[in-house]
Design a binder for this molecule. Structure first.
Ligand SMILES: [Fe+2]
Length: 435
């Protein structure tokens, strides 16, 4: 392809990649198009998934008004919880099965959209819950076919779930989060309206902002798609296919936007330019990781959320203990990138440059430190906890955290260098504090 040496094929490596994405509409006020969009998909009666907090918001009011104006019948399911589990997804699935719906709308953050995706799969193709998850936790059965039309309307600027065929769900039996990955759960349309973020508290913008930032760096530094095995049939190509020229494009721009607007968007809710830009960056980063996959920071975040202690998080209306997803991701990221830089130093330096790092005179051996330093600067500027100790962990937890994450095989394999369980323990130990 000639665009980057990084994609030089490995022996028996993949030589093709696929780009999957929904139809995207972006801009202030586009939520008002919801009814016409749903109607144009041939939907007569829509299941509207949301959570109780979004349900009470003006965004939900706009969405409902738009559906009614277009003559679309609908019923609302507002019992989605933050950090969806197999139990909560099955509850949503039953709502879908019982309601004679021919389409789905999701209005909310990543938890809402991921629940909608999972609920559609189990309503259409009933199975034991682990069936569609990858081994070693699940049976690795592909989602068999299409599900209902889905219009996704994000209300936070981080998850990017509206742009991906991925659904992250906590499996209670194994006490870990795992991913269903299938092109069949890619939403048909995404309506991304930055006005939905105007009322987000500062702490939520910080967490979601670091989520998108890490999506972008992870994609840019992921193992190249050409270093995964060549696929034997088109249907066998995974959603998590590694870094590729498409994910590069979007990751770089998302990082440039995060550099310019993350601190502004967190510190001033009236800064529409910053909040609109962060919403666009989240969309771009979603386009990147939906076609690339993330790697260690996300895999490791599942250990952090599973083993967290008694953490109280401001601005999130959920019971303690709770660590927002973006925080659980970013707290290990500097330590992770110090480790992974050895596998792809130029990519780490380029990502750091996009994020505004001062990389003048830096050599490949400096790459990990340059990325880590810039992330830590942004963490401090937005008052993020100082590493894992900031949310109650101690160095003695590092081994337990490492044991909890090694089942995330595909994500760990998407890192640019091999990662053993001992490496993971060292990364967690180094992530305890940064300043
Ligand atoms: Fe994420």
């Amino acid at each position: 392809m000639g665009c980057c040496q990084y994609f030089t094929p490995g022996e028996n490596g993949a030589d093709t990649f696929t780009v999957e994405m929904p139809r995207l509409t972006f801009g202030r006020g586009c939520l008002s198009e919801l009814g016409e969009r749903v109607k144009a998909r041939g939907v007569r009666r829509a299941a509207v998934f949301t959570d109780r907090f979004v349900c009470a918001s003006q965004h939900m009011e706009h969405a409902q008004r738009s559906l009614s104006a277009a003559g679309v019948d609908y019923a609302v399911f507002d019992e989605i919880r933050i950090e969806p589990s197999d139990e909560s997804v099955m509850q949503a699935s039953r709502f879908l099965s019982d309601g004679d719906f021919d389409g789905v709308v999701s209005v909310g953050g990543g938890s809402v959209m991921d629940t909608a995706k999972g609920a559609m799969v189990y309503a259409r193709y009933p199975a034991s819950f682990a069936t569609y998850f990858a081994p070693p936790i699940g049976a690795g059965v592909p989602v068999p076919g299409p599900v209902l039309p889905h219009v996704a309307c994000p209300t936070t600027s981080g998850t990017g779930s509206e742009m991906t065929g991925l659904s992250v769900i906590r499996l209670m039996e194994h006490d870990t989060k795992f991913v269903i990955a299938s092109r069949y759960i890619l939403p048909d349309e995404a309506l991304v309206d930055p006005a939905c973020t105007d009322t987000l508290p500062s702490r939520v913008v910080a967490s979601t902002g670091f989520d998108l930032l890490s999506h972008a760096i992870e994609c840019y530094t992921a193992r190249p798609y050409t270093h995964w095995d060549k696929i034997q049939s088109p249907g066998a190509r995974p959603m998590i296919q590694g870094a590729n020229p498409w994910s590069d494009l979007h990751a770089r721009e998302a990082l440039r936007i995060a550099d310019e607007y993350l601190v502004r968007g967190v510190s001033d809710s009236s800064d529409h330019e910053a909040r609109d830009s962060l919403m666009w960056a989240a969309t771009l980063a979603g386009m990147a990781f939906g076609n690339c996959g993330t790697h260690l920071p996300h895999a490791f975040s599942y250990g952090v959320t599973n083993l967290m202690h008694d953490v109280v998080t401001d601005d999130y209306p959920v019971p303690s203990p709770f660590v927002p997803h973006g925080i659980s991701v970013i707290l290990t990221s500097p330590s992770v990138f110090r480790f992974t830089a050895e596998g792809a130093p130029e990519r780490h330096l380029e990502a750091a440059g996009c994020l505004g790092a001062d990389a003048r005179g830096a050599t490949p051996s400096d790459a990990g430190e340059v990325v880590a330093t810039r992330i830590v600067e942004l963490m401090r500027a937005t008052e993020i906890p100082n590493g894992l100790q900031g949310i109650g962990f101690a160095a003695s937890d590092a081994n337990g955290l490492a044991d909890a994450v090694m089942s995330q095989r595909r994500a760990i394999g998407n890192a640019p260098r091999e990662t053993t369980r001992d490496d993971a323990a060292d990364i967690f130990e180094s992530a305890m504090s940064y300043w």
